[in-house]
Design a binder for this molecule. Structure first.
Ligand code: FAS
Ligand code: PHB
Length: 389
């Protein structure tokens, strides 16, 4: 088998990169470890930056999003008493789009099918060789056979647990990590949202987030100890705890119901540098992980893809390697700023086991400052809606 770009991973990063490259006349093959149904069963991100929507539009995959998505001009930060509105539109002129990652991924699969792009699901034992040669080889098992895919570039879009990052020699990788002693227990329920915008709530009992997918489908999270298991939480226990962490108005407005999905996501800050090793280039969770507190994970994968698709088209269509040579530094500049924002939102809103009264006082002072300073709100809004690509 031969292609120009072998893409490891059929999640949002791999699919969007493939779609953009195919539209520019660059051939790709996508190798995905699990079935398509498994990829589409994942409930993950739900909030898209304007830059993400723009890139989806230029990739020709925004028709359903334009029909179905909600546009939000702000979010609410709250503690037991206060609800502080961060008005994106007034502060930045931008807004956020509510559209599930699952829907975005389904739209990308449909577009790639229409392109006739080879997407090999349940491809296993992927190994990447000859990254220092003119052409590289990706070896893998599929359909009972061992296959070899020759290619000019390999795009590692295989997430945190993928093989791509680990193909870069460990002595050549610089890794930065912060793990948090708690996770987010997330529930998806077919109930109307309790508020018209997202609420990031800090409380003495821990963090909670009221989000949504539509006006009839809500997504809620509560901070739980990292040792908790989703099956230990009944729906009733979840709704009761969420109600105690939300501010009074939304808590009273909360509609509870059957959890159609319930899972715990660990929180981690992680960056691996560089994003390139010979013909291998990393994008998305394969290179970095942010805690979801800043709604940056998916959006950061998209900005990586924005830089990477330009670089690959330059190299393959014009023989210009400048974009490939500068890709890692260019993407990392935006990655680190999103990493900082996501870390700060996590530290500012979560309660740490055994913390002293000073830490709680700092959270209170943070919210007070957001409430009284337009400058503080503008800084938060600028990062939340997404820094320029
Ligand atoms: P992905 O992990 O989505 O996709 C990688 C793909 O590669 C997967 O389909 C995987 O099966 C495949 N793969 C792995 N190893 C392979 C191999 N060896 N060979 C072939 N294929 C392989 N972000 C937010 O903004 N908000 C959220 O609320 C949020 N919640 C999340 C909850 C969870 C449980 C997780 C894990 C992530 C969450 N994220 C959230 C972040 C998430 O949205 C990611 O940022 C986004 O999925 C990144 O997309 P990709 O880089 O494509 O990685
Ligand atoms: C979600 O709706 O899943 C969501 C929204 C905002 C976040 C994290 C998750 O910061």
């Amino acid at each position: 088998m031969r292609t120009e770009v072998a893409i490891i991973g059929g999640g949002p990063a791999g699919l969007l990169l493939s779609q953009l490259l195919n539209r520019a006349g660059v051939d790709t093959v996508i190798l995905e470890r699990v079935s398509r149904d498994h990829v589409l069963s994942r409930i993950r991100a739900g909030v898209l930056e304007a830059g993400t929507v723009d890139l989806l539009r230029s990739a020709g995959v925004s028709a359903r999003l334009d029909r179905e998505a909600l546009i939000h001009d702000g979010v609410v930060l709250s503690d037991g008493e206060r609800m502080v509105h961060i008005d994106f539109r007034a502060l930045t002129g931008s807004s956020m789009t509510i559209y599930g990652q699952t829907e975005m991924t389904a739209d990308l699969y449909a577009a790639q099918d229409a392109m006739g792009t080879p997407i090999l699901h349940e491809a296993s034992d992927v190994e990447i060789d000859d990254l220092d040669q003119e052409n590289s080889v990706v070896r893998f098992h599929h359909g009972g056979d061992t296959k070899h895919l020759r290619c000019r570039f390999v795009a590692g879009c295989d997430g945190f647990h993928g093989v791509s990052r680990r193909t870069i020699p460990v002595g050549k990788r610089r890794e930065f990590e912060r793990t948090y002693p708690f996770g987010w227990l997330g529930v998806l329920a077919k109930v109307p949202p309790c508020h018209d915008e997202l609420i990031y709530a800090t409380s003495a009992r821990g963090f909670a987030l009221a989000s949504m997918r539509s006006k009839t489908l809500s997504r809620y999270y509560i901070q739980v100890p990292i040792k908790d298991r989703a099956e230990d939480w009944s729906d009733a226990a979840f709704w009761s705890e969420l109600t105690r962490r939300l501010p009074p108005g939304p808590a009273e407005a909360l509609t509870t119901g059957l959890a159609v999905e319930k899972s715990i996501a660990p929180l981690r800050s992680f960056v691996s540098e560089p994003l390139r090793w010979g013909n291998l280039v990393l994008a998305g969770d394969a290179a970095h992980i942010v805690p979801p507190t800043g709604a940056k994970g998916l959006n950061l994968a998209v900005s990586d893809v924005f830089y990477l698709h330009e670089a690959l088209i330059g190299a393959l269509k014009r023989g210009d390697m400048a974009g490939i040579e500068s890709y890692s530094d260019r993407a990392l500049r935006r990655i680190w700023k999103a990493m900082r924002f996501s870390w700060q939102m996590t530290m500012m809103l979560h309660r740490f086991e055994g913390e002293d009264s000073f830490a709680a006082a700092m959270r209170g002072a943070m919210l007070e400052h957001q409430q009284t300073s337009e400058t503080a709100r503008r800084e938060l809004a600028e990062n939340y809606v997404g820094l320029p690509f």
